[in-house]
Structures are given as structure tokens and as C-alpha cells.
Design a protein around this ligand. Structure first.
Ligand SMILES: CC(=O)SCCNC(=O)CCNC(=O)[C@H](O)C(C)(C)COP(=O)(O)OP(=O)(O)OC[C@H]1O[C@@H](n2cnc3c(N)ncnc32)[C@H](O)[C@@H]1OP(=O)(O)O
Ligand SMILES: O=C([O-])CC(=O)C(=O)O
Length: 371
């Protein structure tokens, strides 16, 4: 039996949701280029596309917007949990637990897409309530008149965002929405394939996304730009890091052997926000890491991934770094739920093999006679 560490190059399902061309650095949701979706679409429309396989007409778009807006509020017992949980909790742990709590209450047999809408609508509320409570601020209830992205920023800040911030948030959420068989989506499918419930599957996805090799890299990337402190220290920092065997966070990808198209798009949004917020110096440090990193690591086909500029964008939008992976999750929930629904249409229990390398036939020794 062949060992494929990390399941590299193993396909576990056929999909019509997302296609990645890792060599040319291209990404398509349901056949539409990510560049077109980022330029012309919005969160609700792209979510509909990912869930249902087609762009919605006007009526369908209105219906999905209304369904998402109606489901934003969270049950009181979850708000109470958020108020009582330790203020220094990791926000991904809070989100994971709150999603799990939602699952305890939802015993309905309603169609999975309806549960997917509920989860997608409620995740920004969980995140913003926790952030405001831990800062000693009053929670801001969702405003159903605002779009999904606008409302998220509104609940975080307590005031309506300007059009540049709203559009940036919308685009960032589109870019994070799905990415084929990434680690967190796979984690969801492992759980779903046992015919467990959707909330349990999503809880697994959140757990997998938390790690710094996956969705946690956006915060690590920003930390690295801040640590560097000035543009002229970038080269020395990168060389030192690589010489000591460490990784440049926000660089490298299992599938992309080219520049991640999402990073290309986010870079321009990060540049614009940096200008608007007067934070050009931090952006220029990141740009220099990008340039020198590509020169050195590009020889091994290692380039910036989505997390490289996402951290900067989320930071400029006002999110604290420990919230970045939760913002990622607030968008990836669409992809997780879409893949679970697609997989369950032709379910097969996910159960790979391990190659046994230990001994066989060892003699059991009573504890009194052991060394
Ligand atoms: C949303 C996302 O999840 S995108 C990914 C976010 N994660 C990060 O940015 C963390 C940094 N990046 C990484 O750790 C990796 O590139 C991963 C985990 C994303 C993918 O890596 P894998 O496909 O498993 O490749 P693997 O970890 O085996 O690395 C292959 C080689 O590239 C090198 N490499 C990979 N990424 C980096 C990096 N960021 N910096 C320096 N070297 C790197 C490894 O050291 C290794 O070198 P070697 O062959 O000389 O030993
Ligand atoms: O595809 C991957 O392995 C990681 C990634 O970029 C994502 O989940 O968006």
C-alpha cells in the first residue's frame, strides 16, 4: 500500500463547486472566475451560487437576502454563554462552542440548506457579540436593512460602515467562501460521512481552520509584518527566519504552485485601505515581504496565499488579530455546508488506512514483572 502523507494528491470526491488551477493560479466557483465574482458579485449572490449552483435571479436573490437577514439573531442562552465565558478566550473556541450549542437546540429535520442559511446568518452575530462583550461594550443587535457584510461591520463597530469598508468586507468574504478540499472542509466531510449532523460537521471545520497552517495563518502573517517594523528590515528578517528553518506565514500552498489569485485581489484592497486609514507603512512592509519572499521562495514555487494580505485587510477593517480566523470561518461556512450537502448526495463513509509499522505478537507481561 502506498503512503500518501497529508493525503497529498488524493481525491476524495467529485465536485461541481470549486475548481482550482494550481499551476496557473486560477480559481472558479461553479465555473465563474474569482476575478469576476470579486468585481461584480456580493456575499449573498455568491453564497447562493455556491449552494445552489447557479446565479440567482432578482426574486431568488431577494429571498436569500431576506432569509439571511431574518436568521441573524442568536438565542438568548448563547448570548448568556458569550457574556459569561472568560474574556481572554480564543474567539475560535467561542465560535466552535456556540455553533455546537446551536446544534443542541436544532432538532428539526428541515432541509440542510435551511440550516446552512441559519449558521451563515448567525456566525457574524456570535463573533461580534463576543468581541463587544470582552471589550466591555454593549452588544449591537443585527440590522436587517443592511447587507450581510455591512451588518457584520455594523455589529462590530456600533456604527454603519462607509461604502469602501463595506465593499472590501464583501469582497474579502467572497474570496474566502470556498476552496475545494482544504483541511477544514475535509474535516467537515469526515464527520458528515458518518451521518452525524451538520452542526457537528461544522464544529470540526472550525476546529481545523483554527490552526496556523490553515486559517490561523492570516493573524500570523500580520504579526510578522508588525514584528519587522520597517521596510529596510524585511530582507534580514526573511533570511534569518528561513535560515533557522522557520516558515514565512502567508506563503506556500498545497495546491497553488503560483501566486494565489485571492491574494492578488486582496493586495489591492489592502493597499486602498492602507491609504484610506493612513497605514501605508505597514502595507509597504507586507509588499516588501511579498517581493523578497517571491524572489527567494518563488524558486520552489512558493508564493503568497490568501492569508498573506487577508490579515492586513481584516486589521484595517478594525478586527483584532485573534478574530481573523473567525472572520474567515464566517465566510467559509458557505463552502463547508455546500460540500457537506454535495457529499451526502452520494455518501460513502470516509475511512482511510494507516500502514502499521509496529510489532506484532508481543507477549503480555504482568505489571509486577515489568521493568
Ligand atoms: C487558507 C490556507 O490554509 S492557505 C495556507 C496558510 N498557511 C500558511 O501560510 C502557513 C505557511 N505555509 C505552510 O506551512 C505550507 O506552505 C502549507 C502547510 C500551507 C502547505 O505545505 P505542504 O503542501 O504541506 O508542503 P510542506 O509543508 O511539505 O512544504 C514543502 C516545502 O516547502 C517549504 N515551505 C512551504 N511553505 C513555506 C513557507 N511558508 N515558508 C518557507 N518554506 C516553506 C517547506 O519548508 C518544504 O521545504 P523542503 O522540501 O525543503 O523541506
Ligand atoms: O486550499 C487549501 O488547502 C487552503 C486554502 O487556501 C483555503 O482553505 O482557502
Amino acid at each position: 500500500m502506498e503512503l500518501r502523507k497529508g493525503l497529498e494528491d488524493i481525491a476524495i470526491k467529485e465536485t461541481e463547486i470549486t475548481y482550482i488551477d494550481g499551476v496557473l493560479g486560477r480559481l472558479y466557483y461553479r465555473g465563474y472566475s474569482i476575478y469576476d465574482l470579486a468585481e461584480f458579485s456580493n456575499f449573498e449572490e455568491t453564497a447562493y451560487l455556491i449552494w445552489f449552483g447557479k446565479l440567482p435571479n432578482k426574486k431568488e436573490l431577494q429571498e436569500i437576502k431576506e432569509a439571511l437577514a431574518e436568521e441573524r439573531e442568536i438565542p438568548e442562552y448563547i448570548t448568556e454563554f458569550i457574556k459569561n465565558v472568560r474574556k481572554d478566550a480564543n474567539p475560535m473556541d467561542v465560535l466552535r462552542t456556540a455553533v455546537s450549542m446551536l446544534g443542541i437546540e436544532d432538532r428539526s429535520n428541515e432541509e440542510l440548506w435551511k440550516k446552512a442559511v441559519k449558521l451563515t446568518a448567525k456566525i457574524p452575530t456570535i463573533i461580534s457579540y463576543f468581541d463587544r462583550v470582552r471589550k466591555g461594550l454593549d452588544i449591537v443587535h443585527p440590522d436587517p436593512s443592511l447587507s450581510h457584510a455591512e451588518n457584520f461591520l455594523y455589529m462590530m463597530r456600533g456604527e454603519k460602515p462607509n461604502p469602501i469598508d463595506s465593499r472590501t468586507m464583501d469582497v474579502a468574504m467572497i474570496l474566502h467562501m470556498d476552496h475545494e478540499m482544504n483541511a477544514s472542509t475535509f474535516a467537515c466531510l469526515v464527520v458528515a460521512s458518518t451521518l452525524s449532523d451538520l452542526y457537528s460537521a461544522i464544529t470540526a471545520g472550525i476546529s481545523a481552520l483554527k490552526g496556523p497552517l490553515h486559517g490561523g495563518a492570516n493573524a500570523e502573517a500580520l504579526k510578522q509584518f508588525m514584528e519587522i517594523g520597517s521596510k529596510d528590515k524585511v530582507e534580514e528578517y526573511i533570511l534569518k527566519k528561513l535560515e533557522s528553518g522557520q516558515r514565512i506565514m502567508g506563503f506556500g500552498h498545497r495546491i497553488y504552485k503560483a501566486y494565489d489569485p485571492r491574494a492578488k485581489i486582496l493586495k489591492e484592497y489592502a493597499r486602498n485601505l492602507a491609504k484610506e486609514k493612513g497605514k501605508m507603512e505597514l502595507f509597504e512592509i507586507a509588499e516588501k515581504v511579498d517581493e523578497i519572499g517571491c524572489k527567494i521562495l518563488g524558486k520552489k514555487n512558493i508564493y503568497p496565499n490568501v492569508d498573506f494580505y487577508a490579515g492586513l485587510v481584516f486589521y484595517f477593517l478594525g478586527f483584532d488579530p485573534d478574530l481573523f480566523p473567525t472572520v474567515f470561518a464566517s465566510s467559509r461556512i458557505v463552502g463547508w455546508t455546500a460540500h457537506v450537502m454535495e457529499y451526502l448526495k452520494d455518501n460513502k463513509l470516509i475511512r482511510p488506512k494507516a500502514i502499521y509499522k509496529g510489532e506484532i505478537g508481543r507477549k503480555y507481561i504482568n505489571i509486577e514483572n515489568r521493568e
